[in-house]
Design a binder for this molecule. Structure first.
Ligand code: AMP
Length: 593
């Protein structure tokens, strides 16, 4: 179909969509609009992903069919989230922009009920609603659905995933039996089929694209790691994709918060989206993400519902969803509008069977990738930087006046040295971090003897010699970290004196230290949630250095230069007395002796 003219929509609608720049119908519109425009039409199940133009597919015919003289609700759209509900209402208002007698109300939770009640009392003919608030208003007799001609269930599978089954059924029960029902969904789980069987009359089934198929241009990659290495793997994957703009999906609110906090601590533009946020906090986060001030949005499935952001380069599945069908929704958020997208799963070997199930659902294979090595990441970042230099636009006019002084200042350097230095400015962050970290091993590559084992029961510890665990900590010289402060924190946060400490390496922005493995749990737990001044401390298990660092035995262990353990009490006292954070978050904890 070449134009909307052929669809016989009202002139006012045709003008409105022309103003919106819609030139010809999208496939879902081509199929659905003529069916919905019929006087007596069938119910329809449309299997279509977001971004296919489905809002106009149902929106244009219902506006066309609205009886403007009747000031009663005639069409009801139910959607899973307030974002989607508002977006639908806004789109419909655009389509109806040339007919002021059509009133459209958005009804959703977390916002004043008075304003929404007013809209309904003013005679809204079309309502776009979330299930909870709508049912509330029905129960208060504010909304009357006796004159409803059709109900549209948008993203119906997501509504069920969010646990709205009962609300949906209660709402459908209050609408007239002879109404039409139009169901839009990306997938068709069993629960949804049972609703369709119960509330729809022999529906026509229309599939846009392949049924349950992931978007064609999405590539699916899997990275297998030990559960303990998941976060480190995430960082590596992100670092390996310098232009990444994506959503990191976690299963729980708590994990969402933790991952986002760690990413921020580690210098990434990231933030969390989860159910504990107020509406205004949620909007702030979403705006930052939409305007690309955030590169990574760490979210739960529920919180990300209805979030429609184009141009995402990656979807990162930090956890696989419990309901594997949700993977289709997640990955369908990238690879939109003909662009390429990548959906990444970070999993452990035990989850491999889940990937097999997803592969069958998608009818696509995952490509298993090795975790990028430090060298590969540094190389990628370096060439990204060089690419930026090549492509940057120089505003000669603005820069010209500064150039003579700059040339003069840099005159003593030759071309090679100049290049090396400017590259290092940005590149050092990655070099510093990765040069001292061993590469992550995928579980199948690893021999048991390579693992860090708690030493409490092992032979070496019984022989009176400690086994050390090596830790990474996100504090370094720039945070004022010294060996003495670090040992003080270990003592304080664990509440245990005399934990054997091995080698300490304090680097610019982070550090490594070794400590007796039998206290691994106490150290990991003790550091959790602690702060150094305003900086939240993040501690992770690091792999042992391959050589050199293990040479020190209990007795001959080299202490960090200029440091004796007995010096610490003095040092710590000084530090506590001078601390910036008088509220006592830094270094303070319940177990302090
Ligand atoms: P939807 O799937 O309804 O969220 O629509 C996805 C995007 O496509 C929205 O930004 C719409 O404004 C746009 N859109 C819908 N129909 C058309 C059309 N016929 N021509 C161009 N853009 C459209």
């Amino acid at each position: 179909m070449d134009s909307f003219q052929e669809l016989k929509l009202n002139k006012s609608i045709l003008e409105a969509i022309k103003e919106l720049g819609f030139e010809k119908p999208m496939p879902v519109q081509e199929k659905i609009i003529p069916l919905m425009l019929q006087d007596k039409c069938d119910d329809i199940i449309a299997l279509a992903q977001t971004g296919t133009g489905k809002t106009a597919a149902f929106g244009l015919p219902i506006i066309h069919k609205t009886d403007t003289k009747l000031k009663q609700v005639q069409f009801l759209i139910i959607a899973p989230t307030r974002e989607l509900c508002l977006q639908i209402a806004d789109d419909l208002k655009d389509f109806a922009a040339n007919d002021k007698s059509i009133k459209i109300a958005a009804i959703f939770g977390g916002s004043s009920m008075d304003r929404q009640m007013q809209m309904i009392k003013q005679g809204a003919q079309i309502i776009s609603a979330t299930p909870g608030r709508l049912l509330d208003l029905i129960n208060r007799d504010v909304v009357n659905l006796n004159n409803v001609k059709a109900v549209i269930l948008d993203e119906a599978d997501e509504m069920l995933n969010m646990g709205f089954k009962e609300e949906l059924e209660a709402i459908l029960e209050t609408t007239p039996k002879n109404r039409n029902t139009f169901l839009f969904s990306a997938t068709m789980p069993k629960q949804l089929l049972s609703i369709a069987n119960r509330y729809m009359k022999i529906p026509l089934e229309i599939t846009i694209g392949k049924r349950n198929a992931g978007a064609e241009n999405v590539e699916h990659l899997s990275y297998f790691v030990h559960a303990r290495d998941k976060y480190l793997a995430l960082k590596r994957i992100v670092d390996f994709h310098p232009d990444i703009y994506g959503i990191v999906f976690c299963r729980t609110r708590q994990e969402t918060k933790e991952v986002a906090e760690k990413l921020v601590q580690d210098g990434y533009n990231a933030d969390a989206l989860h159910g504990d946020l107020s509406q205004s906090q949620r909007e702030t986060v979403l705006n930052k993400f939409r305007t690309r001030h955030l590169k990574l949005l760490v979210a739960t499935d529920v919180a990300a519902r209805g979030l429609d952001v184009e141009d995402l380069t990656h979807i990162l599945n930090y956890d696989l969803p419990d309901e594997l069908e949700i993977y289709t929704h997640r990955s369908g958020r990238t690879g939109r509008a003909g662009k390429a997208g990548t959906s990444i799963v970070i999993a452990n070997l035990k989850e491999k069977y889940k990937l097999n199930t997803i592969e069958k659902q998608l009818n696509k294979k995952f490509i298993t990738m090795p975790i990028p090595s430090g060298k590969e990441i540094c190389e990628k970042q370096l060439f990204h930087l060089i690419d930026k230099v090549e492509k940057v636009e120089v505003d000669t006019e603005q820069v010209e006046s500064f150039l003579p002084k700059i040339y003069e200042k840099l005159e003593w350097m030759d071309r090679n040295e100049l290049i090396q230095r400017f590259v290092s400015i940005e590149f050092n962050r990655f070099l510093d971090y990765y040069k001292s970290l061993p590469d992550l091993k995928s579980p199948k590559d690893e021999r048991v003897s390579d693992r860090v084992r708690p030493g409490r029961n092992d032979d070496r510890s019984r022989a009176g010699r400690s086994e050390y665990t090596r830790y990474f900590i996100n504090l370094g010289v720039t945070d004022g970290l010294k060996p003495a402060t670090l040992i003080g924190m270990i003592n304080d946060f664990t509440g245990i004196k005399n934990i054997e400490i091995g080698q300490i390496e304090i680097l610019k922005n982070f550090s490594f230290f070794e400590a007796d493995s039998q206290y691994q749990t106490e150290i990991m737990d003790g550091f959790k949630g602690q702060y150094l001044r305003k900086r939240q401390i993040n501690i992770e298990l690091a792999e042992k250095r391959r050589s050199g660092s293990r040479a020190n035995s209990n007795s001959d262990r080299k202490k960090p230069e200029g440091f004796r353990k007995s010096d610490f009490s003095k040092d710590r006292k000084r530090k506590f007395d001078n601390r910036d954070d008088k509220k006592g978050r830094s270094f303070s904890h319940g177990k302090k002796r």
